[in-house]
Design a protein around this ligand. Structure first.
Ligand SMILES: [Zn+2]
Length: 84
């Protein structure tokens, strides 16, 4: 009698997954804009990110690394929005 049972690992924890930002995402910065608005819309992604203040409409450009450091929360279409 030979009985072998194999255990397949199905659930792989999704740790260390980088959040992918997309054009149209709304992000909240750690430091509010001087106008008082903290929400920005992503207009362009890539090596540099172009964002627009949703309150005053001012455009800003940040390096990706800089952008990711300054973002406090992101409200994407996919992820659930965390109320603050
Ligand atoms: Zn502003």
């Amino acid at each position: 009698m030979s009985g072998s049972r194999s255990y397949g690992i199905m659930g792989v924890p999704a740790l260390g997954v980088k959040r992918a930002y997309q054009v149209g995402d709304v992000v909240e910065m750690r430091k509010p804009h001087p106008c008082g608005g903290a929400a920005w819309e992503v207009l362009r992604v890539g090596i540099d990110f172009r964002i627009r203040c949703l309150r005053c409409g001012r455009l800003a450009m940040l390096e990706r690394r800089d952008f990711e450091r300054k973002v406090k929360a992101a409200h994407t279409a996919d992820a659930g929005v965390e109320g603050g």
